[in-house]
Design a protein around this ligand. Structure first.
Ligand code: SF4
Length: 384
């Protein structure tokens, strides 16, 4: 059943959307000394405050004004679901207009990763993806993208402090190896980050700021369906963010049928851009390949993929094989374990490193390709 959301638009500025200078300008316009902006910035980005009440070193009158005239972030947390014995958490958020997005925290021995959304819905129309069925709803701001990461860092601390998971889980996390910090941010949730490049980049700058959250560039991985202008902008940025390409097919005809974006950026052009990215940055690029039963998982396709990647001498690549997670009304089904293993073995035997991705969050619809929002999508386009 679809639940109706009635979230009135809130016009107050979100503190997480403001740069340090903008925060200073706001505080100065209120007649406050500039150093108050620095205090607030520290609360938001270092101490991970999620409410003005936590900023106890500010005068009470200033806290009241902040609460009245601003909000912490543009997203409102609706519910957090727990899966995988407490080691996967899915946050469901609403935007100011009531649209829903999701983020997923995954805890492993000695590391923790958060997968964040960059858009509400997605305009890219990949046929195997639940988000695509929503159509495009809205771009997230840089502050809204970063807010999901701050939530994950807080949630990780809380789970560890409260031992709020099952240490006998098959995922082998216990008190001895529970991660102390968030290790990775992957931009692989709802939306195409390079289709919202400026805001996505703004979130990177916010999270990377050494005076704030201070996350290293190599901790970020951005995944794209292959928007070449975005690959080129990232290449020119000089920032060592990891790049992952959602490839999913080995020839243009098959890829167009799965991913309409391939009409604009065919495989040959995409691989040219990735080769150039590797040459300029020296970074290994990974390729994501979702395995669909008898659609793209044959031995011949594995051979062709290996040939495609090995023919590019400038590519230093790795393939992540993703067992497809069920999405309703797609007419698709998941590859069998035998076909997945066979696909991986062919790649490896042809000298292309390949890994089968560990499944997380299937029990709470939080796995790859399943993010579609648990609540109502007031502006969602019906699936075609
Ligand atoms: S796979 Fe990614 S780019 Fe494609 S429709 Fe889904 S969210 Fe958008």
């Amino acid at each position: 059943m679809v639940q109706k959301i009635d979230t009135p638009a809130d016009p107050r500025p979100a503190l997480l959307d403001l740069s340090p200078d903008e925060l200073k300008a706001l505080l100065t316009s209120w007649g406050q000394p500039a150093f108050r902006a620095g205090q607030i910035y520290q609360h938001l980005w270092v101490r991970l405050a999620d409410s003005v009440d936590a900023m106890t070193d500010l005068p009470a009158a200033l806290r009241e004004q902040l609460a009245r005239e601003t909000r912490i972030g543009g997203l409102t947390l609706k519910v957090v679901k727990s899966g995988d014995d407490g080691l996967t958490r899915k946050a469901v958020w609403t935007l100011r207009g009531g649209e829903t997005i999701e983020s997923v925290l995954m805890i492993y021995p000695d590391r923790a990763t958060v997968c964040v959304s960059s858009q509400a819905g997605c305009p890219m129309g990949c046929v195997f993806c639940a988000t695509a069925k929503l159509g495009f709803l809205k771009d997230l701001t840089g502050g809204e993208i970063a807010q999901q990461v701050l939530w994950a860092a807080r949630e990780l601390k809380r789970i560890g402090a409260a031992n709020d998971y099952d240490p006998r889980s098959r995922h082998k996390v216990d008190a001895s190896n529970f991660p102390k910090h968030l290790s990775n941010v992957v931009f692989m949730g709802m939306g195409e980050p390079f289709n919202n490049y400026d805001n996505w980049w703004n979130s990177i700058e916010k999270l990377h700021d050494p005076k704030g959250f201070n996350m290293g560039a190599r901790s970020f991985t951005v995944s794209t369906v292959g928007l070449i202008p975005g690959i080129q902008r990232l290449m020119q940025s000089g920032m060592q963010v990891n790049l992952a390409i959602s490839l999913h097919a080995v020839d243009d005809e098959a890829r167009v049928a799965m991913m309409p974006v391939n009409k604009r950026y065919p495989i040959g052009d995409l691989l040219d851009a990735v080769e150039e990215f590797t040459r300029v940055t020296g970074r290994r690029v990974s390729f994501e390949y979702v395995l669909l039963d008898h659609q793209n998982d044959s031995p011949a396709e594995a051979e062709k993929l290996a040939g495609l990647l090995r023919s590019r001498k400038g590519l230093v690549s790795h393939v992540n094989l993703i067992p497809w997670n069920p999405v309703r009304d797609t007419g698709l089904s998941r590859s069998t374990r035998d076909r997945i293993n066979q696909f991986r073995d062919i790649l490896e035997n042809r000298g292309v490193p390949a890994t089968i991705r560990i499944q997380r969050g299937v029990d709470i619809d939080a796995a790859c390709g399943q993010l579609a929002g648990d609540l109502a999508q007031p502006h969602a386009a019906p699936p075609a």
